[in-house]
Unconditional design. Structure first.
Length: 177
C-alpha cells in the first residue's frame, strides 16, 4: 500500500497541469463567467448595445415630436397674432391686445419664435398706447427690445409713450434696452 501512495504522488507531481479538485475550485474564485441567460440571441453580450440603440431611437422620435409640436404652436401663435392685427385695424384695441397676449402664451420659447414674440410685445404696446395705458406700453416695448434690440418700431413706440407721460428726457434718450 505504501508503494501505491508514493506512485500516486509521483504521478501527480509529474502532471502539474491537472490540478486537484480543491485547487481547481480556488482558481475560479474571483472570476465571473457569463451564464446562458446573460448572453444575447447569438451567444454574445449585446443586450446593452441593443437597448442603448433602442433608447437613442426613442429619444430621437421624442425630439422629432417635440419639434413638430413647437412648429404647430408657432403657426397657431402666428395665426392668433394675425387675428390681433385684423382687430387692431378695425379699432378693437382691447380685443387685439388679448390676441397678442394669447399669441405670446402660445409661441414656444425657441429661436424661430423670437421675432414673433418681439412683434407681439410691440403690438401690445401700441394697443396700450391707444388705450391710454402708457406705462404698460413702455413695459411692452422694453420686452420687445430685449428680444430684438434693433427693433426700431418698439424703440419709437417707447419714446412716444414716454413723451405722452411727459418723461421728455427718456423720450429723447436713445436707450436700446
Amino acid at each position: 500500500m505504501l508503494v501505491e501512495n508514493e506512485e500516486t504522488e509521483r504521478h501527480s507531481d509529474a502532471n502539474p497541469s491537472k490540478p486537484s479538485s480543491s485547487t481547481h475550485k480556488d482558481a475560479s474564485d474571483g472570476f465571473e463567467t457569463a451564464s446562458d441567460g446573460e448572453l444575447g440571441p447569438n451567444g454574445s453580450d449585446n443586450d446593452d448595445e441593443t437597448q442603448q440603440q433602442h433608447q437613442v431611437q426613442e429619444e430621437q422620435q421624442s425630439l422629432s415630436q417635440t419639434d413638430d409640436l413647437k412648429q404647430k404652436a408657432f403657426e397657431q401663435a402666428n395665426d392668433v397674432k394675425l387675428e390681433g392685427n385684423r382687430l387692431f385695424g378695425s379699432g378693437q384695441y382691447e380685443e387685439a391686445l388679448s390676441q397678442y397676449v394669447l399669441a405670446l402664451h402660445l409661441a414656444p420659447d425657441m429661436p424661430l419664435s423670437v421675432e414673433l414674440r418681439s412683434i407681439c410685445h410691440a403690438n401690445s404696446a401700441i394697443c396700450f398706447s391707444k388705450l391710454g395705458k402708457y406705462e404698460d406700453a413702455i413695459k411692452e416695448c422694453t420686452k420687445a427690445l430685449e428680444l430684438n434690440p434693433s427693433y426700431m418700431k418698439a424703440l419709437l413706440r417707447r419714446a412716444e409713450a414716454h413723451e405722452k407721460l411727459e418723461h421728455f428726457d427718456e423720450a429723447i434718450a436713445v436707450s436700446w434696452i
